[in-house]
Design a protein around this ligand. Structure first.
Ligand SMILES: Cc1cc2nc3c(=O)[nH]c(=O)nc-3n(C[C@H](O)[C@H](O)[C@H](O)COP(=O)(O)OP(=O)(O)OC[C@H]3O[C@@H](n4cnc5c(N)ncnc54)[C@H](O)[C@@H]3O)c2cc1C
Length: 485
């Protein structure tokens, strides 16, 4: 079997893969490939096309700093974000570097050659450096409940929505009350016959200040780019100012709790619905959802909120944890994503054949969220401890992409073929994360969330500090943190 070689291979063509490619090219590095299992750029914005899909960070912030956009409204819809990402990839000339329809099944470090061998459904690749940009929300989590195969109706996960599917006139059951569910339910409620929503945990929901930008506003931002820059800066510092809510600054928590509480109590009149929508954990422990249409949807005549998890399916019904069966002929799963560790870690084998997922059995960690001892020449973009409970992932991803490009430039300039993170630097970083995380609402707020690695109590997904702290610490690649060969 022939092997395609490239100095650098990036896996994934979402926000992170595009950022990594763009930063490499801006440093004059052209010897790289992007392997993507999908058929276009876009990542989650290519895959999540369910009705009502939108971002929940203001679009002027949820976009690349190096490529502002003429967004139509505060929180752009999924299609607008997808188009934006594809335009950026084209402008950055990444199409020539991308190989679509390439699903990576295994990545193995070869000590003898000092390179990575990457197996895909369309052949083998070999590279000196490997970059994963595979996302943490790219593997839909299916429900693990009894009777899945007994259900006679259609079952679909929100992340694999079929646009030709019609829910009009159907008796729909929807499982979940997270970020996708609260967008999807209001978007279909007026078309379906009945909608029954299964809720395990009531979410905190805050008002969504979402406006269509006027022609004059958009013209101003286009023609006076400094005004757009200022607006982005305003949005950034607004998001940054939300961090104290997550570290138990009482005033900040009370303020946010009051906003969300009055949103709920002003939108709901029915005492029973008020009771079952009241969250039982501290605000911010899970992502705070933004919607003005969620609570009104729950009060429609054709909508029922079941305050229990779905636990089983029969031929024509969904059974709730309290034993009640609710008839349905169409089941929508908004059951989230497989976020145990980082899914791609199950496919990566480093020094001595050790699998990355196994090396993380005591807790997911990486220096700067990017480099792991025992896995030379591997960089993770959008990996552990860089997710945000507030703010825009573009900020974190861009910081990492710039760091990666500097590392690759250093390796080229100094003719270095092997970069290995110093174990003590990784341990210090893990200690920093654990210390900073200890007092955050994510660990102490009384909720179960995918932010915490299973059974370890270690905050594995989120960055437990101000976003600016991450940029200060990782905007410059420091060769002293690595051992070379
Ligand atoms: C519906 C939805 C809404 C969101 N809204 C927001 C928001 O408003 N604000 C925010 O900050 N974040 C949001 N997020 C989080 C989002 O994941 C990040 O913002 C960002 O898009 C992540 O980009 P990424 O490139 O790291 O990952 P992804 O977008 O997941 O891209 C990963 C890519 O890797 C590919 N891939 C994965 N495994 C393989 C493999 N084995 N072989 C080949 N290719 C592979 C995938 O096909 C995909 O194209 C949202 C996520 C979802 C699902």
């Amino acid at each position: 079997m022939s092997t395609t070689t490239s100095r650098i291979v990036i896996i994934g063509a979402g926000v992170a893969g595009i950022a990594a490619g763009a930063m490499l090219r801006r440093k004059g590095i052209e010897d790289f490939l992007i392997l993507e299992r999908g058929d276009q750029f876009g990542g989650v914005w290519r895959d999540n096309i369910y009705p009502g899909v939108e971002c929940d960070v203001q679009s002027h912030l949820y976009s690349y700093s190096f490529r502002p956009n003429d967004w139509s409204k505060t929180y752009a819809g999924g299609r607008e974000i997808f188009d934006y990402l594809n335009e950026v990839a084209k402008e950055e000339k990444l199409t020539e570097h991308a190989l679509f329809g390439h699903a990576v099944s295994e990545m193995c470090w070869q000590e003898a050659s000092g390179s990575w061998v990457i197996e895909t459904n369309r052949g083998r690749f070999e590279s000196k450096f490997l970059v994963t940009a595979t996302g943490s929300l790219s593997e839909p989590q299916l429900l693990d409940i009894d009777g899945l195969s007994d259900f006679a109706g259609r079952i679909v996960h929100s992340a694999v929505w079929d646009p030709d599917m019609d829910v009009a006139g159907r008796n729909v059951a929807l499982v979940g009350t997270g970020a996708s569910a609260i967008q999807l339910a209001p978007a279909i409620a007026d078309r379906v016959d009945d909608l029954t929503i299964f809720q395990r945990t009531p979410p905190w929901v805050a008002p969504r200040v979402d406006v269509e930008y006027s022609a004059a506003q958009r013209r101003m931002w286009r023609e006076l780019p400094e005004t757009l820059h200022d607006y982005r800066q305003f949005l950034f510092w607004f998001q940054e100012s939300r961090f104290p809510e997550r570290v138990r600054v009482q005033q900040a928590i009370e303020r946010m709790t009051n906003i969300a509480d009055s949103h709920r109590t002003s939108q709901i009149q029915d005492p029973k619905l008020l009771e079952i929508t009241r969250p039982h954990y501290e605000i911010g422990c899970k992502r705070i959802l933004l919607s003005n249409t969620w609570y009104p949807t729950l009060q429609r005549d054709n909508v029922t909120l079941v305050p229990h998890a779905a636990t089983a399916l029969t031929r024509d019904a969904v059974v709730a944890a309290n034993g009640d069966a609710h008839e349905a002929d169409f089941l929508i799963l908004c059951s989230g994503f497989d976020t145990v560790g980082l899914p791609v870690a199950r496919l990566i084998y480093g020094e001595n054949g050790v699998r990355l997922a196994d090396s993380w059995s005591g807790g997911v960690h990486a220096y700067g969220g990017m480099a792991v001892n025992g896995f030379p020449n591997l960089f993770l973009i959008g990996g552990p401890n860089v997710g945000l409970g507030f703010g825009s992932m573009f900020f974190m991803i861009e910081t990492q992409a710039e760091y990666l490009a500097q590392a690759m430039q250093t390796a080229l300039t100094c003719e270095v073929d092997k970069l290995r993170v110093r174990p003590e630097r990784e341990s210090e970083f893990v200690q920093f994360i654990d210390e900073r995380a200890a007092n955050t609402v994510w660990l102490t707020g009384g909720c179960d969330s995918f932010y915490i690695a299973d059974g370890t109590g270690h905050l594995s997904t989120l960055w437990p500090d101000f976003m600016t702290r991450y940029r200060t610490d990782f905007q410059v690649f420091d060769p002293a943190d690595y051992v070379y060969a």
